[in-house]
Ligand binder design. Structure first.
Ligand SMILES: NC(=O)c1ccc[n+]([C@@H]2O[C@H](COP(=O)([O-])OP(=O)(O)OC[C@H]3O[C@@H](n4cnc5c(N)ncnc54)[C@H](O)[C@@H]3O)[C@@H](O)[C@H]2O)c1
Length: 327
C-alpha cells in the first residue's frame, strides 16, 4: 500500500468517503486532497487528517505542488454530469481528458509511480447485454463516456510507455452518505421524499442498474492500490435492480407503509435500459468483494440524508438543487 496519497476531487462524494476510509483506518501516512470545490466542499473532509489544496487540476503549478512527495494518486476529479457533457462537450473534454493527460505528464515529470483512475462502466459501454465486463468493446453514448474511455487508453499508454502502475476502476452506480449534491437516482429520490414532492421516473420503471454502496467502492479502491495490478476492473455490486424495486426499497426505509408518489415520463434519449456488472475479475485479482446489501446501504444512506436535511436552514427546498446526473 502506498504511503502518501493525493486524492483529486477529494471533497466530492466518493472522494470524501475515501478520505474518511483512509484516515479512520490509518491506512496511509499522509493524505492530500486537491479540489476546486465546484461540486464538493472542504467541510466534507474537515473532520479528517488530510491536507487540503484548493484549485483546479488543470493548473500546472498548483498540481506540481500537490504532487510533491506523493507515492500514488487517486484521480476522482471530473466533470461528472452526463447531460452537461452533451450540451458542452468541450468543457467536459478539457477537464476530464485534457486535465487527466496533464496530470499524467506531471506524474511522469515528477516520478509519481502509481495512479488509480476513476472510470465508469455504463457510459463507456453504452447499451450492452448485461452483465457487462472488462472485455466488452466500448460504445460510448455521450461525450462523458467517450472521455472516460479515452482516459483509460491514455492511462494504459503511459503505464506501458513510461513504466508506472496505473489501474482504471469502472464504477457502477455509487450511492451512500455525503452524496447530497449528486443528481444520481438514489440521491435525487431521497431529496424529493424529504421535500414531499413526487419522484420522477423516465421510462416505465423496468430499467435496471447496479447500485454499489460507497463503503464497498472505497474498499475496492484500497484493494486496487494495495494489489498494484495494472489494467481495468469493474467495481459494482454484481446485481441488477429495477427502478420500481429500488423505489420499494427506498420507501421501506424512508416512508414505511406507503409508496411515494411517482410520475412516469418517457425514456430520455441516450438512456441505457439495462446495466449491471460482472465483478469476477476484481474478486479474483484484487481479492475484493462488495459486502453491503442494497437494503442495508439504503438504510445507512437515508439516515445520513435525514440528518443532513435537518441541519439545513428551515424552509430550504432540497429537491431544487441543480439536477445533475452521474452514471
Ligand atoms: N458517483 C458515481 O456513481 C460514479 C460512477 C462512475 C464513475 N464515477 C467517477 O468517480 C469520480 C468521482 O465522482 P463523484 O460521484 O464523487 O463526483 P463529485 O462531483 O461528487 O466529485 C468530483 C469532485 O471533483 C471536483 N472537481 C471537478 N472538477 C475539478 C477540477 N477541474 N479541478 C479540481 N477539482 C475538480 C468537484 O468539486 C468534486 O468535489 C468521477 O471521476 C466520476 O466520473 C462516479
Amino acid at each position: 500500500m502506498p504511503e502518501n496519497i493525493l486524492v483529486t476531487g477529494g471533497c466530492g462524494f466518493i472522494g470524501a468517503n475515501l478520505v474518511r476510509t483512509l484516515a479512520e483506518r490509518g491506512l496511509v501516512r499522509s493524505i492530500r486532497v486537491i479540489d476546486d470545490e465546484s461540486r464538493g466542499r472542504r467541510d466534507a473532509i474537515a473532520p479528517y487528517d488530510a491536507e487540503f489544496v484548493k484549485g483546479d487540476i488543470r493548473d500546472r503549478d498548483l498540481m506540481r505542488r500537490a504532487l510533491r512527495n506523493v507515492d500514488a494518486v487517486v484521480h476522482l476529479a471530473a466533470d461528472t454530469d452526463v447531460i452537461d457533457s452533451i450540451t458542452n462537450p468541450e468543457r467536459n473534454f478539457d477537464i476530464n481528458v485534457a486535465g487527466t493527460f496533464r496530470l499524467l505528464m506531471l506524474m511522469r515529470e515528477m516520478d509519481v509511480p502509481r495512479l488509480v483512475n476513476a472510470s465508469t462502466g455504463g457510459a463507456i459501454l453504452g447499451e450492452a447485454r448485461p452483465p457487462v465486463h472488462e472485455e466488452m468493446v466500448p460504445h460510448p453514448t455521450s461525450p462523458y463516456g467517450a472521455g472516460k474511455a479515452s482516459v483509460e487508453a491514455w492511462c494504459s499508454a503511459f503505464a506501458a510507455s513510461y513504466g508506472f502502475a496505473s489501474v482504471s476502476l469502472r464504477f457502477s452506480n455509487v450511492y451512500g452518505p455525503m452524496s447530497f449534491h449528486k443528481g444520481s437516482v438514489i440521491a435525487s429520490f431521497m431529496r424529493r421524499i424529504l421535500d414531499g414532492v413526487p419522484l420522477t421516473v423516465y421510462g416505465d420503471g423496468s430499467q435496471t442498474r447496479d447500485y454499489i454502496f460507497v463503503d464497498d467502492l472505497c474498499e475496492g479502491i484500497v484493494a486496487a492500490m494495495t494489489a498494484g495490478k495494472p489494467g481495468v476492473f469493474q467495481l459494482g455490486s454484481g446485481a441488477g435492480t429495477t427502478l420500481d424495486r429500488l423505489i420499494e426499497l427506498i420507501a421501506e426505509v424512508a416512508c414505511p407503509g406507503r409508496r411515494p408518489d411517482v410520475r412516469y415520463e418517457p425514456f430520455r434519449t441516450g438512456e441505457i435500459r439495462h446495466n449491471w456488472t460482472d465483478v469476477t475479475r476484481a474478486r479474483e485479482q484484487l481479492n475484493w468483494t462488495p459486502r453491503t446489501s442494497l437494503p442495508d446501504g439504503l438504510a445507512l444512506t437515508w439516515s445520513w440524508f435525514r440528518d443532513h436535511a435537518l441541519s439545513q436552514p428551515p424552509g430550504r427546498r432540497l429537491s431544487r438543487q441543480p439536477a445533475r446526473r452521474t452514471p
